[in-house]
Design a protein around this ligand. Sequence first.
Ligand SMILES: [Zn+2]
Length: 299
Amino acid sequence: MFICDAHCDTLYRLLKEPGSNNDVTPERLKCGGVGLQTLAMFVGTSSDKKTIINTIEGMMAISDELRQEGLDIVDDPDLATEGEVKYMLSIEGSEIFEDDLSLLEVYRKKGVRMASLTWNYDNKLASCHMGDTSRGLSNLGKECVREMNRLGIAVDLSHISEKAFKDVLDHALSSPLASHSCAKALCNHSRNLSDEQLVALFNAGGFVGINFCPAFLNEKGEASMLDVLKHIEHMYELGGSGKVGFGSDFDGIDTKPIGLDNPENFPALIRFLADSGSFSDDDIADISGRAFINYYKKL
Ligand SMILES: [Zn+2]
């Protein structure tokens, strides 16, 4: 089975806590049969542009080291194949671009194929899920989205406010995605997406990667593979067939669902989903990785 994960924070963890025991390692990706791992480069919490650039460049240097260790980078997900581990780069938080949109092209050339407009702070482009709810996408944000569309950088709507989410769908020329988000109807958290948002995203040809953070999966704050299944089932009921996959958030989350500690557990999760009887073999292939690849084919 070809497996994709649309989001993890491993590069940031390697930068900030070198030598730490990461969830995601090349060995674990191989062991779990992951064909494509998206490695997010989080801009960090500083608003100083020089610090942000240094942070991103620090993670680019770690990405170069991974390549020297034999892990292949792709900037076209369709080049990923079963049996080999490849990775793709994304940027989490577009503060890096807000004063200089030409940097989008610079980082696109370095392999970045996805960027979220915000993390957990409002910025000049858009407001975030816990920010100013009256503010959506700014004119600069609209310009940024257009440039991302031109360059083939997927617009990631995880972390964004509801108003900005809607504004992107109204203005984007190509489909956005939510790389690591769950359904609000099942777990009422500001990071999760409402049914209205999910329907609009699926109608626009978007993709959702299910986040494994227990606090986003279950209001009790504890979760299992059954919760992952329920969120996928719910999204399928809203038109998400062929448009849902995984966005683990490994190395960005402190607690995990039972039995989902790291990429080695993907085969067990996929077996659990298949054995549930809720999904066809085709659905399982989509959820495991094909939906993510198909999303990029249309971008
Ligand atoms: Zn995130």
